[in-house]
Design a protein around this ligand. Structure first.
Ligand code: ADE
Length: 237
């Protein structure tokens, strides 16, 4: 029997740099899952919809200013050539709504996503409005384009699909799914450059181990992510 699901999760990527794909997505467990058709990746070159002899996709910003803007008509033609069938259309941009594990989980439960990768100063605002585009950021820093961001979004989503990780990991217990950062991990050797594995982890008392790990997860979250800590405390009531 095949372990291929009846309908597999599909990512369609619209990019000016199709050679950047599958990139990281072709490696390791995700790449194996791609080979097994647990998910699929379609990459489309936006330049195929470019205008004239030079296949132009951008122009100078209305009102002046630096850089170039992707034309609305070109972006719309690239978008309209894709069969969306219920998949959200996501534009990767540093001005988007920050990506969260909750959004990633919802995407994994759907049929897939269509990802538009920008380059240049941005995308003509009219196509964002006209095609109901969801703007997503992967963090408060600026990449040279949306391709790495699209790969990050796809990797975060595909690893949650049934059968992709195998039994190796359980997404249920990891960072963000309980609202805390992960506790520290240790393995052999027992002593490394004078630092020992914490005693509590080596004495086999599982109640004590669970308690220690939870306290460490809380401590790290409080120190590193006051934003998450506030939410966590509120949820605990
Ligand atoms: N494109 C450039 N920077 C980005 C970011 N931080 N997130 C998503 N897309 C981007």
């Amino acid at each position: 029997m095949s372990d291929k699901p009846a309908t597999s999760w599909k990512a369609t990527v619209l990019t000016l740099f199709p050679a950047m794909f599958p990139g990281a997505l072709g490696m390791s467990l995700l790449g194996k899952a791609l080979d097994k058709e647990l998910w699929s990746l379609e990459v489309r070159d936006i330049r195929g919809h470019g205008l004239g002899k030079h296949r132009t996709v951008d122009d100078t910003p209305a009102g002046g200013g630096p850089g170039m803007v992707m034309r609305a008509d070109v972006a719309a033609a690239a978008i309209d050539a894709v069969e969306r069938v219920g998949r959200p259309l996501i534009y990767l941009t540093p001005r988007g709504v920050p990506l969260t594990q909750a959004r990633v989980k919802a995407l994994a439960e759907g049929p897939g996503a269509v990802l538009l990768c920008g380059r240049f100063e941005g995308l003509d605002e009219r196509v964002i409005a006209a095609r109901n585009v969801e703007e997503v950021s992967i963090g408060d820093f600026v990449l040279a384009g949306g391709e790495i961001a699209a790969q990050a979004l796809i990797e975060a989503t595909v690893r949650l699909l049934p059968g992709v990780l195998g039994d190796a990991a359980s997404p249920a217990e990891e960072s963000f799914s309980v609202g805390l950062l992960e506790y520290p991990q240790f393995t052999r050797p027992q002593s490394f450059e004078g630092r020992d594995i914490p005693q509590v982890l080596t004495n086999g008392n599982h109640r004590e181990i669970t308690k220690w790990r939870h306290a460490e997860a809380e401590r790290l979250t409080r120190v590193r992510r006051p934003d998450l800590w506030t939410l966590y405390e509120k949820d605990k009531g």
